[in-house]
Design a protein around this ligand. Structure first.
Ligand code: AMP
Length: 215
């Protein structure tokens, strides 16, 4: 199954993508994680991307389109995948559909997770990431923990630089101006499943999995 997880930063795309990836046994492809890994490895791409990410802006389309092509043609994605954080521009969306055509991917769904902006800002500022397994947690749930509940790494929690309040405002502005039009672009394909992301994690997952069965 080929899925696209769509929604503003902090709405829970990463969390849901990880769960659904296990549930449906398809790889979770997060373009944000790919860029952060490139930075950790100090590649030219990673160093360039890091500066852009820290400003809350988008990495140029030509770079992102190349990255996603390499991933989707790889054997691990031959049975489908769940894209998290891609496409983020109409240009990326158009090229993704061309790539789907080339790879003979006919059935795909776009899961649009929505929530109001105040909730989203609160969630991002409270978000902590494990540097070992990339899992994300709410600070309130892990503030007394020294080990990551997912992978057991010790003292691995950190706050992403782009999760700080000054950068979040910019990321939301970019989302509203540049990424939201992607939703309109997909309207004509009748592939969108709208899901309320404001509820508990399990409820959101349930709504997604049930919604996917319907079509
Ligand atoms: P995320 O982890 O999905 O919130 O992404 C973190 C940052 O990585 C974004 O704010 C962008 O700077 C960059 N990024 C991730 N995916 C894309 C994309 N599809 N297009 C452009 N930039 C991206």
């Amino acid at each position: 199954m080929q899925l696209i997880l769509f929604g503003p930063p902090g709405v829970g795309k990463g969390t849901q993508a990880q769960i659904i990836s296990k549930e449906l046994n398809i790889p979770h492809i997060s373009t944000g994680d790919i860029l952060r890994e490139a930075f950790a490895e100090k590649t030219e791409l990673g160093l360039k991307a890091q500066e852009i990410m820290q400003r809350g802006e988008l990495v140029p389309d030509n770079i992102m389109i190349g990255i996603i092509k390499n991933v989707l043609v790889s054997p691990k994605c031959s049975g489908g995948s769940i894209l998290d954080g891609y496409p983020r521009t109409v240009n990326q969306a158009e090229s993704l559909l061309n790539l789907f055509d080339e790879l003979k991917i006919k059935d795909f769904r776009l899961i649009n997770i929505h929530a109001n902006e105040t909730d989203v800002i609160k969630r991002i500022t409270n978000r902590r990431t494990c540097s070992n397994c990339n899992s994300v947690f709410n600070y309130d749930n892990i503030k007394n923990e020294t080990k990551c509940p997912k992978c057991g790494a010790v003292n691995s929690f950190f706050q992403r630089k782009d999760d700080k309040e000054e950068v979040i405002k910019k990321r939301l502005e970019v989302y509203n101006n540049t990424t939201l039009p992607v939703l309109r672009f997909f309207e004509k394909y009748n592939v969108t499943l709208n899901v309320d992301g404001s509820g508990a994690i399990d409820d959101v997952t349930k709504e997604i999995l049930e919604g996917l069965k319907v079509k």
